[in-house]
Write a protein that binds this ligand. Sequence first.
Ligand code: ADP
Ligand code: ZN
Ligand code: ZN
Length: 751
Amino acid sequence: MFARVIVDISNTNVDRLFTYSLPEEIKAAPGQRVLVPFGRGNKPIEGFIIALSDEMQTSHEVKPILRTLEPYTVLTDEQLRLSEWICAAYHCTRADSLRGMIPAKLRGSRIKEKTVRTLRLSPAANRESFISSISAKDGSIKAPKQLEVYELLDHPEAEYSASDISAFIPGAASAIAALVKKGILIEAGRETFRNPFAGRDPKPSLPLPLLPSQAAALDAINGASAGETLLLHGVTGSGKTEVYMQSIAAELEKGRGAIVLVPEISLTPQTTDRFRSRFGDTVAVLHSHLSDGERFDEWRRIRFKKARVVIGARSAVFAPVEELGLIIIDEEHEPSYQSEQTPKYSAVEVARRRARITGARLVLGSATPSLTSYYRAKRGQYKLIEMPERINGETMPRVDVVDMRSEYLSGNNGIFSGLLKDAVASVLEKGEQAILFLNRRGYSSHVECRACGFVFTCKNCDVAMTYHKFDNALRCHYCGASAFVPNKCPSCGSDFVKFSGMGTQQVEEQLHELFPNIRTLRMDTDTTVGKNAHRDILDCFTRGEADVLIGTQMVAKGLDIPNVTLVGVVFADSTLFHSDYRSSERTFQLLTQVAGRAGRADKEGRVVIQTNAPNHRAISLCTKHDYKGFYNLEIGDRLHTLFPPFSVFVRALFVSRVEAEASEASGRFSSGVTEAILSALGGHGAENELIFVMPGAAPIRKRDGEYRYAVIIKLARTAYTAAAIESIYSYAAEKPEESCRGIEINPQDML
Ligand code: ADP
Ligand code: ZN
Ligand code: ZN
């Protein structure tokens, strides 16, 4: 027998199948990890078996596989097929595509199963002779504890850890030791799974009787054909989660499994509790706050079919669920579904492919679908399901917009408008709760000199540093560098150093000045460093231990707290005027999300948005909860200006510590790649589809001490787009000396 193996080295030079012989005594199958001798020195390297065959298919000397790394296949056949597609679609090595499908610490065997020592009765133990051995001449028992332990374990299935036995029989430790010594108790290792849910046992929940719009959505999902994609457009609070759960239940009944992706940020215990209360232990979670051991064990529970419903962030799209029936991607418009590391995949695209390979159905859910998804649904590529109403006929919350320019002109230069102040006061009076949202952490967004306009920027990065008041430091949010705030301007020497813009810390401080007895919690990257910090803050707020939760977009997602009746957007413009064609779409999505947090139970909700641009479409249409109106205007603009989905952006990045090198490389690449694209398209007479190729400094020109230049290529979307993109990749591959730092298609972050 011979095995074709991909060695676990991420390098294009070894990105091919190597043939090894499979010694008779080694049992192995495709998808299993093995140790193989590699290279001239025959260094043992980890690898994946991709296929087995009887023929050798190589003229080279064939070395034998040394051993298997796990006794089971870590990859399923489907995953092997999916990884082939990932390499082709995202131009990464096969090893890169396979690595993403297993727990990182499995590589190099840096993680082990956890076993607890358990005890059971030796098969040779005999009750009569044991009792006589501990009986005195007068028939009394000399060692009553030993007898108790013996009786507890005198059952074919009885196997407990020493600490469990001691919990049951206090003071049993020495009796246990004596029994082990006599050979009556024997030690048996038992594997356990580390439990990320420890201490959280949600009450079981039953399926709710569905409303007509939910029932229609469920029917559409259950009736969809294999491999089909559905877009579920349902306003916040329309009961999408209940629909997800009932469609999953239908799959479980047929013996099939499901994957539910939610944005990392909204993978709150509340979210997982909802699924666990319905499906119990068959739910596994995969997210970045798990310890390595927990992640490994959750992955194994899925791999061994002990868990059939996976709730996870982006990379859970690769979870080893066999007989997959359903993939659900909630909040499908979230940019976090795009990976920023190699392979730079989009979880939505991977899920579409996985659904086609496995015959599963894919459900994309959102209150504010991405323009591209809604456009596809309108064109019939996805089946569109709409759930336009909230449960129980609740109305959408009332949204008021405050023009902060007129507040300023009328003499209010604080953070809070009169309206928002009154709204907070009324919440406090009624004992209800509020969420205040501001998309910037820290105290003030930047520090500048009033006299000469000098802005304090990071020495490694080309961005303004943010002031953090608690330790009186300036911090860079890109590289983490910090600096003291000087009291004189380093440029002109004047004392007029001014703090502009505001961050969450300042909002909290001013709130306490306005309402001295207010209880606040703040949730942003600064306050959620610890493993459970995020969860603890939310739990605390849910229990009503604070009146106001202040936070960045972390507070915008997935929270469902009945007592929250006010949502304040402190300054909506912080996301609006970005140099990104999606900033208006993103702002609309974010504001709609945040607004959806208000008034989700029987209490009426209210939203106050503060802005300097009240007439901007992303704000004015959000107040009317008018997704379709927004979509129609925005998609019209995209067509007019030929932006995605009517075109594709490709970005090639060049990075160097020497600015001229990065800049020159991008210039050379730009002219070379233009020719390559034109000759690829010219064959089809489609040259006009190349809209432009533009080299230049990236919006953040310097980051972490390196200069960044980019070539942006814009292509019209037609039948030949794929060929043009292919020509860009091959051009980059032919010019390794230009050290292009990576090619991205429609990158989520153009900075
Ligand atoms: P979405 O995910 O669309 O924002 P949710 O699924 O969170 O909405 O539902 C909002 C609330 O309505 C939840 O508290 C949920 O338990 C409740 N709910 C959902 N479906 C029903 C139903 N059919 N009957 C009664 N309550 C429901
Ligand atoms: Zn920096
Ligand atoms: Zn100055």
